[in-house]
Design a protein around this ligand. Structure first.
Ligand SMILES: [Zn+2]
Length: 461
């Protein structure tokens, strides 16, 4: 039996051979991909006679594996366009620091909804949300509900910090290790994870210099105990490394390595100032990397050392970062920006190609999250996470001679017609299925206005 047959499109599988099947088809059953192959064979083997299978006509369209965003801060979606063009210091002081202490449950929910809508409309099926506003536990379930209402796959990374006020950390962000331990255990109990893999808990030490050595040790032990992914901002700027040297006697990477965090469960975000020797050691130990080109350019942080990262085989993925340092969670824009940043930084057209970008956004992104056997490609037995791309939906994307180049260079949300997550359509023929999109966007806009008004009042005090 099959539930859906996506029929007649070009299927970009991202399997080990990177097969692209022209006039292909994908069969979905339950939460999984049941079969993928030439349309004629699939239609013969899975004829709908007597069944309830739904045929989705994908002729003249392209089927891609769902994109995987490995770094987001969803509540920042409410803070777009504030303190633009000022750089990291002022942006942190005037936007991020006050918001962390102010955001409430309703705002956290709408931040997740807005972020998730932007994500799914850009073909994203998995989001890693790094939630560091922790002044009340209730923010966490509110965020989870936002992504659940949309039907997205979520890695929920619980942020934490216990020091760093001397370098600009907000005291409201800091918690004791006991409180962090209690809160994280509660989360793991509440969201133990199941076969659906629709929600997974991860650990997110904030900036490395915002964690004492004891807290990093705690994170390493907790990650070992529960087998959880750890993700942290690593070497985003020289300032981060300098602060870490003051707190730990080593830069971000060295401190994490010293405390047992550099291993196959570590996802390092940004890495703009990571030295080649550290790239090599990270690759050797099986860690992974999240490339956030739009955010790095937006905050004028620089360019991650992609050439070294590719040369040493460090597993890579894409993140949009929070919308406050990007203005969107659009993965299509991120892919294009990531390619162009690397090409221009190295003055080399081969530095990072369209195929490299799709690998980062799909199969390699899955590997970075430890989910390579579940998602990231269109292969039999994997979770049914994919999207249908209509190249004739806009002048921008027409003509589309090469599917991967079309996706990477000439696409936007107008091309994303249908998105499946876990075998269920979360966007069907351009309509969001989980909630009423226009009503949600309006409510989110109002929530954002209220939050920013309170932030401005608190800054004037
Ligand atoms: Zn970030």
């Amino acid at each position: 039996m099959a539930d859906y047959i996506i029929s007649g499109g070009t299927v970009v599988t991202m399997n080990a051979d990177r097969d692209i099947i022209k006039a292909g088809a994908v069969v979905l059953e339950g939460d999984k991909i049941k079969a993928v192959g030439p349309d004629r064979k699939i239609r013969r083997d899975y004829s709908p006679a007597g069944g309830t299978v739904e045929i989705i006509d994908a002729a003249e369209k392209i089927v891609f594996p769902g994109l995987i965003n490995t770094h987001v801060h969803s509540f920042q979606t409410l803070l777009k366009g504030l303190e633009t063009d000022t750089g990291l210091d002022r942006w942190l002081t005037n936007v991020i620091t006050p918001s962390v202490a102010e955001v409430n449950e309703q705002e956290a929910y709408y931040g997740a909804v807005l972020s998730g809508l932007d994500a799914l409309r850009s073909g994203t099926t998995t989001v890693t949300d790094y939630q560091y506003a922790q002044h009340m536990y209730e923010l966490n379930p509110a965020v989870v509900k936002g992504f659940r209402d949309l039907g997205l796959r979520l890695v929920f990374a619980r942020g934490f910090a216990d020091t760093g006020v001397q370098f600009g950390a907000n005291p409201a962000e800091l918690e004791s290790i006991d409180v962090i331990d209690d809160g994280t255990r509660r989360l793991v109990r509440e969201y133990p994870g199941d076969e659906s893999r629709l929600i997974m808990i991860a650990l997110a030490p904030s900036a490395v210099w915002m964690c004492t050595p004891e807290l990093l040790e705690w994170a390493a032990a907790f990650s070992r105990e529960y087998g959880l992914l750890v993700t942290s901002h690593i070497a985003e700027t020289d300032y981060d490394n300098e602060c870490s040297v003051a707190v730990h006697g080593r830069g971000d990477f060295g401190a994490c390595e010293q405390h047992g965090l550099i291993n196959e469960r570590m996802l390092m975000v940004h890495c703009v100032r990571l030295r080649e020797e550290d790239v090599r050691r990270a690759a050797e130990k099986g860690a992974a990397f999240s490339y956030n080109p739009v955010s790095n350019m937006y905050l004028a942080s620089g360019a991650a050392p992609l050439r070294e990262i590719l040369r040493h085989g460090l597993t890579g993925s894409f993140g949009t970062d929070g919308a406050a340092s990007n203005n969107s969670n659009d993965m299509l824009e991120t892919m294009k920006a990531g390619i162009l940043q690397a090409k221009s930084f190295y003055r080399d057209p081969q530095a990072f190609t369209a195929m490299n970008a799709l690998e980062y956004a799909a199969i390699s992104g899955a590997r970075a999250l430890g989910l390579e056997d579940q998602i990231g490609s269109i292969e039999t037995g994997k979770k049914a996470d994919l999207f249908i791309f209509n190249p004739s939906a806009s002048a921008k994307s027409t003509p589309c001679h090469e599917p991967v180049a079309g996706l990477a260079y000439a696409s936007d949300s107008r091309n994303i017609e249908t998105v499946f997550v876990n075998g269920r359509p979360v966007l069907l023929n351009n309509t969001v299925t989980g909630l009423h999109e226009r009503t949600a966007i309006q409510a989110a806009g109002e929530a954002a206005r209220r939050l920013v008004e309170r932030m401005r009042r608190s800054l004037q005090l």
